[in-house]
Design a protein around this ligand. Structure first.
Ligand code: ASP
Length: 354
């Protein structure tokens, strides 16, 4: 009799435990997402709730941000680290190398399903493109920030971050290259840029739009970027401690060769933000014609839209074209290209493929 009572008690206990075990099992089945926090407006605070321009970015820790987040634990098991605490305007090329190395290490761990990087919006597109070319994994890497500080009325940070975690936690996000999650859109790192100083829809894929959306917690994809990225990329920065120096020179009415002549001996590459189809004025052109042993020169366009077409007069001077990359992204690719070769044909191939 005693045995029967004990057996019955055990069954009741096990029955009572079942729902808890079920919850525990569901939790352990949630994807494991690691957040690498670098600062930016998403961690920023202003003096008033209506101030959205004059504020201190990078004040809140990722722990504080997550403590105030609602519902995040139901979509992923979240780990986080405070990698840095920066206004992204202060990001350096050494920061890019360190960030890539950290993300590659995280993603090589089988238990990590995806990485989210919180980042200031000012240079987010540059970091995203650099990671797109140097991360050695097909797992999702999603950059996210906000246009309004955390203290603002209708701060956009919390939902952007929630969406970024959803995107990183979704298996369909694998193999898509590095992504940016802003304002309910999913953007391919290569094609996105910040287009406004203040609007919450600042991030746009311009000619190509967003590749997907997040709406009420549902991640949807519509397009893929076909340019090479991540595991298809030949760029490996594991053993690098610094990147080749590449500068950008802007062309405009009356621009002279003063800047060019000052930097030409101090860098390995120069990207021109040229007029229209990457056009350079007579001063720039004659400086290039009359100077020996120049760094690698690349024409992009200050119009920030459309490919720069190669034309004979620049080809004969050995000036390459950036395809449709913006000047700041052409600089990222040229820095990486120069870690591999100085051969102009090979570097032009990189601009055609990446
Ligand atoms: N200056 C800020 C940053 O890039 C702007 C932002 O995050 O929106 O860190």
């Amino acid at each position: 009799m005693e045995k029967i009572i004990i057996a019955a008690m055990c069954s009741v206990y096990l029955l009572l435990l079942r729902p808890f075990r079920a919850i525990a099992e569901t939790e352990s089945k949630l994807p494991n997402i690691h957040i690498v926090a670098t600062g930016g407006t998403i961690a920023g605070l202003a003096k008033s709730a209506t101030e959205t321009s004059d504020y201190n970015p990078a004040l809140l820790s990722i722990n504080t941000i997550l403590e105030n987040a609602v519902g995040f634990n139901t979509i992923a098991n979240i780990n986080s680290e405070q990698f840095s605490q920066l206004d992204s305007t202060d990001m350096t090329t050494n920061d890019l190398l360190a960030l890539t190395k950290r993300i590659n290490k995280l993603l090589s761990d089988d238990s990590v399903d995806g990485v989210v990087v919180t980042h200031g919006t000012d240079t987010m597109e540059e970091t995203a493109y650099f990671l797109n070319l140097t991360v050695k994994s097909n797992k999702p890497v999603v950059l996210v920030g906000s246009m309004r500080p955390a203290s603002a009325i209708s701060a956009d940070g919390p939902l952007n971050l929630y969406n970024a975690i959803l995107i990183a936690a979704n298996k369909v996000s694998c193999d898509k290259g590095v992504l940016i999650a802003m304002n309910d859109g999913i953007y391919a790192a290569r094609d996105v840029r910040k287009t406004s100083t203040h609007k919450t829809n600042a991030f746009q894929g311009t000619e190509y739009g967003c590749i997907g959306t997040v709406q009420s917690g549902v991640v949807r994809y519509y397009y893929n970027s076909i340019k090479k990225h991540t595991i298809e990329s030949c760029f490996d920065i594991d053993d690098l401690n610094e990147l080749p120096k590449v500068e950008i020179i802007y062309e405009y009415i009356g621009s002279s060769d003063t800047l060019l002549s000052n930097i030409v001996r101090n860098c390995e590459g120069i990207v021109f933000a040229g007029n229209g189809n990457g056009n350079l004025n007579k001063d720039t052109e004659s400086f290039i014609k009359s100077t020996e042993s120049l760094p690698v020169l690349v024409r992009s366009s200050k119009t920030l839209s459309g490919a720069v077409q190669q034309i004979e007069k620049y080809k004969s001077l050995g000036i390459l074209t950036a395809d449709d990359l913006t000047p700041q992204k052409a600089r990222i690719l040229l820095m990486l290209a120069l870690t591999k070769t100085n051969n102009l044909i090979e570097i032009q191939d990189f601009f055609n493929e990446y």
